[in-house]
Design a protein around this ligand. Structure first.
Ligand SMILES: [Cu+2]
Length: 230
C-alpha cells in the first residue's frame, strides 16, 4: 500500500519543514526553553541560567524570609520591651526609694519663748541629710541666724542672716553645725544641726563649745545639752 504524500520529493519535504518552522518560531523557542534542564546551564561568558534561577529562587525565599522577619523582629522588640519593663519593675523599688528620699526642707523658728526657755531656735537640735535645706523663720522679730566660726565642718560655707530675715541654707558638707542669734548669744540663743555623719567634726565643735559658753550670761549649759543629743 502506498501513500500519496510519500511521493513528495526530499526537496518538497525540506521546504515544508522550513515553512512549519517559520510559521511557528515561538513554539520552537518554547520547546527549546522547555528542554532546559532544571539544574544549571552554564555557558562561557554568561551567567548560569539554572544557577541564576536558583539564586533568584533563593533570594525570593530570602524575601519571603524578610517578610516574615518584621513579625519576628516585632516579637523580639516586644520581648525586649517586656524585658525592659521587667527591668523597670525590678528597679522601681530603687526609684521609689530615691523618690522617697529627695532633698528635704526643714523649718527652724526663731522665738522669744520656746520649750527650751527664752530666746530659742526651735527645734534647737536638728538632724538632716546631706543636701537638705533648712529655712530659718523669724517667727518673732529681732532675731537672726548666723553660723559660728570654728563650729561648722571644715570646708562648709558659713552664713550670716540679717535681723528678722528669713534665711534658707542648703547643707552640702557633712558634720555638725552650731549657729547663733547674734544679739542674743549672751542668752545662749544657739542651735545645732547635724548633717549626715555628725562625728566628722563633733569633737572639735565640743571643744569650741566649752570656750563659747563663757560668753553666755544665762542658760550656760544649753549648748552642751544640745551637743549631747547629737
Ligand atoms: Cu535672738
Amino acid at each position: 500500500m502506498t501513500y500519496p504524500f510519500l511521493r513528495y520529493s526530499r526537496a518538497k519535504t525540506s521546504i515544508m519543514l522550513v515553512l512549519i518552522q517559520l510559521a511557528c518560531p515561538a513554539s520552537a523557542q518554547n520547546s527549546a526553553a522547555n528542554i532546559r534542564p532544571v539544574g544549571s546551564v552554564c555557558l562561557a561568558g554568561q551567567a548560569c541560567v539554572g544557577a541564576t534561577a536558583e539564586a533568584i529562587a533563593k533570594s525570593a525565599s530570602a524575601e519571603e524570609l524578610k517578610e516574615t522577619m518584621p513579625a519576628e523582629a516585632e516579637r523580639q522588640s516586644e520581648t525586649s520591651v517586656e524585658a525592659s519593663s521587667a527591668a523597670l519593675a525590678e528597679s522601681a523599688p530603687v526609684e521609689e526609694l530615691a523618690d522617697a528620699m529627695p532633698a528635704k526642707e526643714f523649718e527652724v523658728t526663731m522665738l522669744n519663748q520656746g520649750t527650751d526657755g527664752a530666746m530659742v531656735f526651735e527645734p534647737s537640735v536638728l538632724k538632716i541629710a546631706v543636701g537638705d535645706t533648712v529655712i530659718f523663720k523669724p517667727t518673732n522679730p529681732g532675731h537672726n541666724s548666723a553660723s559660728i566660726a570654728g563650729m561648722i565642718p571644715p570646708g562648709a560655707s558659713s552664713w550670716d542672716g540679717g535681723m528678722s530675715q528669713e534665711v534658707k541654707i542648703t547643707f552640702i558638707e557633712e558634720g555638725t553645725y552650731v549657729y547663733q542669734c547674734t544679739p542674743h548669744l549672751m542668752m545662749a540663743m544657739v542651735g545645732v544641726i547635724a548633717v549626715g555623719d555628725a562625728s566628722v567634726n563633733l569633737s572639735a565643735v565640743k571643744a569650741a563649745a566649752s570656750d563659747k559658753k563663757s560668753e553666755f550670761m544665762m542658760s550656760a549649759q544649753r549648748l552642751d545639752e544640745y551637743l549631747e543629743e547629737i
